[in-house]
Design a protein around this ligand. Sequence first.
Ligand code: FAD
Length: 515
Amino acid sequence: MACWNSLIPRVIFVSLFITLFTSTPGKTEPLACPLPPELADRVHVDPAAIESASTDYGNIVHNKPAAVLYPSSVQDISSLIEASFTCSTPFGISSRGNGHSTHGQDMANNGVVVDMKGLREQKKRDRIFISKRPLFADVGGEQLWIDVLNATVKEGLAPVSWTDFLELSVGGTLSNAGISGQTFRFGPQISNVYELDVVTGKGELVTCSANNNSELFYGVLGGLGQFGIITRARIALGLAFKRVLWAQILYSNFSAFTIDQEHFIATHGRRPGNDISYLEGGLVLDNGTPNTWRTFFFPAADLPKISSLVKQHGIIYSLEIARSYEDLTEKTVEKEMKQFIKGLSSVPEYIYQKNVSFEEFLTRVQIQVQKNESHPWLNLFIPKSVISDFDSGVFRDIVLKRNITTGPVLFYPMFRNKWDDRMSAAIPDEDIFYTAGLLYTSGINDWQVYEDQNKAILEFCDKAGINVKQYLPNHATKNEWIKHFGSKWTDFEQRKALFDPKMILSPGQRIFNNN
Ligand code: FAD
């Protein structure tokens, strides 16, 4: 990667940045403000750096920044933000954790992208620090969850709440929520944070927690990068287990599937103990699944009969549970699992089980980013009272009729009381809500048909009075954002005025800046 400093002498570096050109579509506009000279060798403007910061996992939105900062310290991030804050024409700054957004949320059109990879690549040992008494891990916002797993299991410990895929940054998931099969029990990742260090939109480094600078703490968690860049998170740890018994249970009937999902979370979500600490679920469709990165483990010999069940019913549903254990025998855990399954309200069509190591389970989703693919995803939270309308109107009507859905479709419940309402994340009002994740893969030239399907789903929900909230939201207008945050909007706006008054941070979310 060519470095700015090696290409242009420092004097030109400063003078170039004080020139403001008229905007030309598709072209990068130089910044109107000087950047601190001490950042010169970490600020890159070469085509490779600009290109990498103007695409993301979605590969749909492409916004070019004027420059990319690869920070070597938290101070670099503060200096950059301060430079924008003190400039008469502030420029947008976006933190790119690992670029796994799907609609440009991590981009900064004509601004500066802070690529947290810079901090990660310093490999400083104190960026993942484990304390046993009291029990917690202090991890840099730039760290990937896979590295947090690797560091903590060495000590026999692990975070309690995960995402399905671990090559996501700590700051990136905490800006959204961080959900997976553990959420029904431990809450999302944002419910498992004790303290944060955040560089605000004024360039100030602030430590915050529920008792100290709590407005910033609650604002940042689920705050879509609007109030500051997370540079450290103190997260909850539990014991790492040795093994996991993992089961997939197939249903042809939606109502039996969701009754059993809710039975599981009611039985295992509210009391301490090991038992079932993971529950998800998803659709098995005639096309697109099992997907290469998703993890159905139906034996090859059974595929014809599963396939014929899918053909007969259009969709079948897979309930997925896992029991982590340490010093029990495989037989004991299998016996327990049998008991759990016996307690189900209906007789499932098929049951499959697999025994894997704890790490193998947590790293079950492995994907490679492909340049010739796009990912026009739609993730929703749906109140429990309307899931059967959602199934008939969305899954059985829109998804089945259009027959374009390629990739996994997740569907599983969680409890509202495991979330903290003071945090920014927007969720439905009911005690139980479901997440639906339509995780399509398309070609780079045909994502529009999937986006059209997403639009049809949202329009259907709107008309049918199904009050969904988008997770990893993608809204185009201020009114949509106001509706998204609902009763939280006033606080959200006030926190923006307090912590990022010049609206510098995370312009790619398009909440306060029409980027
Ligand atoms: P980026 O895409 O780089 O950034 C996302 C947003 O966070 C941007 O607005 C950015 O500015 C902001 N941000 C990034 N770093 C920081 C920081 N340090 N401080 C403040 N703001 C910051 N989500 C789940 O909850 N559960 C899952 O199981 C799950 N699985 C996924 C699987 C795949 C294959 C993919 C592509 C995504 C998945 N996600 C999942 C979604 C994922 O959590 C979000 O896309 C997340 O934002 C990606 O993290 P990232 O580090 O790549 O963030």
